[in-house]
Design a protein around this ligand. Sequence first.
Ligand SMILES: *Cc1c(COP(=O)(O)O)cnc(C)c1O
Length: 429
Amino acid sequence: MSKKLETPTNRPPSIDQIARAISDLDLPHPLLVDAAREAVNNFNGGDVVEEARKIGEVISRTLLTDVINATGVLLHTNMGRAPIKIGDKNKHFRFSNLEFDLETGERGSRQDRSSKLIARACGAESALIVNNCASAVLLVIAALAEGRGVAVSRSELVEIGGGFRIPEILQQSGAHLVEVGTTNRTRRKDFEKAINKKDVSLVLKVHQSNYRIVGFTETTDISEMADLGIPLVVDIGSGLIDSACPWLENGPPKWLIGEPAARQSLESGAEIVTFSGDKLFGGPQAGIIAGKTELVELCAQHPLARAVRPGSLTMSALQDITISYLERKGSSIPFWEMSTTSVDELKGRADKINAKFTTETNATPGGGTLPGVEIPSAGLKLAGDHVEFFRQQNPPIICRMDNNQTVIDLMTVHPSDDAFIDAAIKKIH
Ligand SMILES: *Cc1c(COP(=O)(O)O)cnc(C)c1O
């Protein structure tokens, strides 16, 4: 039951008051605010809190959830086709409402939920979720530039790893590459010239995720490229969604400096950004296309979209992570939980295992992101090569060698697994 809010006039209470009055709904705060705002927009003198509650409940019922399929249809397309059991082997199978609208009882879209939540989290008008960032780039180019030119700086004609090469992806998308500038310097003027001369329908900026060009260099910022008259697509890759990191109590960590973020790229004028779900976003393998509704729609309607659509496991994991972002709970996103653990805390854990071996270490972001960046960390260091011994434990412990010493970095180890490391070390010492 909602309590009546006192208001001095017959105007509705503030958005914030309404959002707080319906906070018992199991929704992240920004979505409560959305419900409150919609209720105020619909305000016609009735009980605005009750109205907001109804809207909030509808939003709640659009989220991906387990459902009981009593239709007798064994492979129900709206409910994710084959049901699965995940994790706990004793858990019974469940279907999901992957393409089922619980409000209307009709077929829904798998893109309705997580995509909207992700768009909300990175300040985009719309978003579309696909299999990985490589397919995101492929789809965006196919949908927006098939048969036409795509202008890319010569400094960004990159291979990201695993055969993801921008010139080849462009070719596969049916677009052709228009090279702009030089390897070390590309200016706005170079883009203007290319666009005037050729049939260019898109400018693509690719983040130099896994390499750096240093020395006599000049790149063109997003803001300088924003008004070239054709859409600007920025492949940021890493999936940092907001450089202010509002989900972290202490704001962005030092090592993150300079990493492009979805929200700021869109604010600076990118029409579309693409990024991975399983890099700094901290979620499952996925690719996210976020930006202007009109362009995201073109991607969604392209035939390739069907070929690169994700399944219910991906959607459900993405939904959980995105809700954590919206609730500003970085501590429930494993990547951010690990990467923001203090060196003191890690040293304390190492001391508890065996203080004789405690050492400071440098962790790295990895995953083809932030090349050369080190994150201060701590762990244990043992003389000699014990890498194989640790690998043969159950569960296997994977560590690295440094100068004929075996290094166990605790930043990437969950505290409840310290006991396994402790037990393994006791077998040697
Ligand atoms: C990692 C990366 C990709 C590829 O992402 P996947 O999700 O692995 O397909 C594409 N572009 C950039 C800039 C990247 O950093």
